[in-house]
Design a protein around this ligand. Sequence first.
Ligand SMILES: [Cu+2]
Length: 453
Amino acid sequence: MPLSLPPVLKPTRRTGDTDFYDMRIAESEHEILPGIRTRALTFNGGFPGPTLRAHRGRAVVIRQVNDMASPATVHLHGANVPASSDGHPMDPIAPGQSRVYRYPNDQPAATLWYHDHTHHLEGEQVYRGLSGAYLLSDPVDALLPFPSGEFDVPLLLRDAKLNGDGQLVFVNDDFMNRPTILVNGRPQPYFEVKRRLYRLRLINVSNLEVFKFQLSNGARFLQIASDGGFLRVPAVRQEIDLWPAERAEVLVDFRSVPAGTAIALQNVVALSENKRDILQFRIGGGASSSKPELAIPGWTGVRPPSAQAGIPGWPTRNPPRERVARRRRFVLRFDPATGEFLINDQGFDPNRVDARIDHGATEIWEIVNGDAAFGITHTMHLHLVQFRVLDRNGKPEPGHDAYPKDTVRLNPGDVVRIEATLDTHTGRYPFHCHFLDHATHSMMGQFEVVPRG
Ligand SMILES: [Cu+2]
C-alpha cells in the first residue's frame, strides 16, 4: 500500500493570535489492511489522528469531544503548557463530555505529538489509535533552507498485532508478540519520492517498540532535530535510535539515487525479520523543486557539517546553565511479585507528589534503570520541560541525544543524569516511563512546580 499522510487539520476559527480547532474522539473503522475494516479509537476518524500545524506565538485552542464509552485525556507530548491543559491522567473528559485545551506554543519549533493519557487506560487507548502529530514551526524554522510542503513528511511509527479478522489485539506488555509495524497506520507502505532532499519527522508513537533506523543503501541521515527541536549542531548519522515517544527530524538525500531504485527504511534491531523493513522509498523522476537545493558541506564526506558554516540561519540554542538547586534519584524497576513497574519502589499514586520544585529552579535527576537482571528497557519522560542529558554511566551523552530532550532512553542497568530548569508554568505534572504499558502499570510519578514563597 502507498504511504498515507494524515490530513492537516483546518482551524474552525482564527483570530489575530489564536487558531481554534474542534476534535472528536470516537471509535471508528479504518482500513489498515487492504479491504478490511479495523475498529480503532480515533481523533476525527483518523488513524493516526490529523496533523496539527502550529506556529510559535499563535495559541492553539482545541475543543475535544469525547464520544467514546470510556474517559479520555489529551496530552501534548513535549509541550510547555499550563497544568490545566496538560491532559493529566487524573483530569479526564468523561464519556459524552468535552473540554477545551489551550496550547500557548511559546517554545521553539519542534515535532510534538498528542496522545491519550487516561489513568490505567493510556496503554490500550493509545495502542488502539489515539495519537497524532503536532508540528510546531517558528520564524527560525521557516527561514532554514529545508524541504517544506509535501517534502516535509511526518512518519508516525508503531507496533501492532492484528488478529485473523484484521482487528487490533491488545495484551499489556506483550512486546514479543506485536509482529506488525505501522507507518502512518499502514504496514510496510511504499513512498514514491522524487530525486531530491526530504525532511522526515520520525515519531515513535509505539507503546513498546524500539527502533534503530538505517537506510538499506547505506546512505546517511542528517539529523537536524530531536524531541524538543533543533539540535545545537546537526549530526551526520548512520543509525538513528528512536524509542517510544522520541522524535528525530532527519534529512535524507535522494538526489544522486538512480530513478527506479528502491531503498528501505530498516529497523536493524527488529525482533523478527518481517519487522525489519518498515517503509520503502521508491525513487522516481527528476526533482521538482524550483528553489536552490541545500548544499551541506561534509554531509556526504567524512567530517560532519558545522551548522554555522553549512546551514545559514541555524539557531544558536544552548540549554540554560543555572546553579543546581536540588539533586534527586529515581530508580525504575519491575516488581516480579506483583507484575507492576515501580519508581523508587512505588507505583503511581495521584495523591502523592514525588518532587516539589521551586519555580525557576534547576535540578539534576539521576535516573537508574534497575532492571539489569531482567534485561528490561525503560525510558523517562517529563511533562512540561525539555531537559538536557548530562551523562550516561559517567560518559557525556552525544550531542544528538543530549538536548533538547523530553524522553531519555535507559538500557538495563543504565544510570543517566538529566538537568532541567522549571521556569515556566507552576502546577502538578506527571513523569513516567514512556513504554506506555509500563506507565499504565504503574511506572509514573508526579512533580509539582510551586511558586517561590
Ligand atoms: Cu519502562
